[in-house]
Design a protein around this ligand. Structure first.
Ligand code: ZN
Ligand code: ZN
Length: 165
């Protein structure tokens, strides 16, 4: 597994204002309730680090794929995540204002983790108009109506049942 670490020795010594990076790696434990980035799914990050007065300004684009389950019908859902972020890194511990770094290495893992988890769909749907599962028999109603007498079904389907028979 490649680490999302960038050596910034040159920037810290003032031998350049900006440096670019491109890293493809993986991160585990990226999930919210109904969606996640699989631990083996590649996460590509690219961008640049710029030395600024207060520290290092990181511009990053993050691309990966998520998977999950539709919250209504429980069928698999997947999609792309393309994110952009600009965050300040400062020597020391991570604080409210900036991510921290120690020595001459900036580790982007925490930033990537925060961005990806924030972007994961909390309520994934296979499609906006998904009909979900019947609460009585569990049938996926996207595949057709079931024969259940649900309260709603009574009114909507009673008439059709008569026409059918
Ligand atoms: Zn669905
Ligand atoms: Zn049913």
């Amino acid at each position: 597994m490649r680490r999302y670490q960038i050596s910034v020795a040159g920037l810290l010594r003032g031998s350049g204002k900006r440096q670019t990076f491109e890293i493809v790696g993986t991160l585990s434990e990226l999930f919210v309730t109904s969606s996640r980035v699989a631990p083996e799914e590649p996460i590509a990050v690219a961008g640049d680090v710029e030395a600024v007065g207060e520290g290092l300004l990181v511009d990053v684009r993050i691309s990966t794929r998520f998977e999950g389950e539709c919250v209504r019908c429980l069928e698999p859902v997947s999609g792309k995540l393309d994110l952009e972020a600009r965050e300040l890194f400062r020597e020391g511990e991570t604080s409210d204002e900036a991510y921290g770094f120690t020595g001459e290495v900036v580790d982007l893992s925490e930033l990537i983790r925060d961005q990806v988890v924030m972007a994961l769909p909390a309520v994934p749907l296979c499609r906006p108009e998904c009909l979900g599962l019947c609460q009585h028999c569990g049938k996926n109603l996207n595949l057709g109506a079931c024969g259940c007498d649900s309260d709603l079904g009574d009114l909507r389907w009673a008439g059709l049942d008569k026409l059918d028979s």
